[in-house]
Design a binder for this molecule. Sequence first.
Ligand SMILES: *Cc1c(COP(=O)(O)O)cnc(C)c1O
Length: 391
Amino acid sequence: MDVPAPGLTTSPRAEIEVDLGAVRHNVRRLRELVWGTEPGSAGQVMVVVKADGYGHGMRQVARAARQAGAQWLGVATPEEALELRAAGDGGRLLCWLAAPGQDFAPLVSADVDVTAYSVAQLEEVVRGAREAGRPARLQLKLDTGLSRGGAPREDWLALATGAKHAQDEGDVVVTGLWSHLACADEPAHPANQSQLDAFADGVALVRDVGLEPEVCHLANSAGALLHPAARHDLVRLGIAVYGFSPAPDVVSGSELGLVPAMTVRARVVIAKDLHAGDGISYGHTAHATEGMRVALVPLGYADGIPRHASSRAEVLLGGARAPVVGRVCMDQLVVAAPEAQAGDEVVLFGAGVHGEPTATEWARWCGTIDYEIVARMRGRQHRTWTGEEQE
Ligand SMILES: *Cc1c(COP(=O)(O)O)cnc(C)c1O
């Protein structure tokens, strides 16, 4: 697909541009990679739009995902689910992170599939369903080895029998059974097979108590792409939808045919020549070399630029890579760029096809993952969406 050349379109200072055409392209590409090109494949796709769509805009990404054929959306919190409903999304929608005391009634009324990790949570869902006056769509989450959310193996039987009872009483309809992988981005890790085996046990146990969930699912992006046996009925795609490989050490995003959707740009506030030896930014952790020219970029850690990028990351300025010199500050950072002028456009990261870094490169420089780089871009940048498809 065509990737538009970078161009600061709206804000004179700093902006995040999200290409919804890239999101739709990635959803379609992933469906092909996971479920093949045969029309009529029964495999379903959930696009995970939690955390404001990994920083890309939850509502906008949700719309693009539906347009590209996602049957399901996934979010962490009840608030995110209700926000999607308020925005007009009426498709299948799963949420999975409610704290004790959650009122499930609004979620049941809004036709959200909710998740129970425990018998106590199942009881709260039943209360919500009674209050809403209709059965809750309920999915059960099993812990198969991540040791994070979900019922531990000792509790599987109690949770399944409790859910069957609640279904017989008309309080819930058990729509799904699921779990989450710990090491899917490391294809050879033994935890993968052990979780697949445990999940198979869970599926059998739930069927044994008489439940027939509509969807069993286990795979995130890495599971879906790297472990065909983890695909089951539905894959939950997050990072790959935003254009990144879930396992960059195994396969790159461009090798997968994915296009990063987010570009972060700013304008140089001032450019100046320094004297050799001048200290640069807080703490003078960097010093000017002979003839060094620097440019001030008006983005800092309050805008989501990691402070770990200090003297490590690079940006694209005037067609060339320019290194960050010295510490990243709250609102600004300094780069070395021999030709820089005030007003020049700086691309911090983007699709990577015009010489600009990608969020994956930023992640390496900062000792983190690209998930964190994009999800934390939620500061004072103006955000725009391009490639919106009219309905
Ligand atoms: C965030 C999340 C996903 C998506 O994971 P990716 O690695 O981004 O594909 C899938 N399932 C659950 C339960 C999640 O919390």
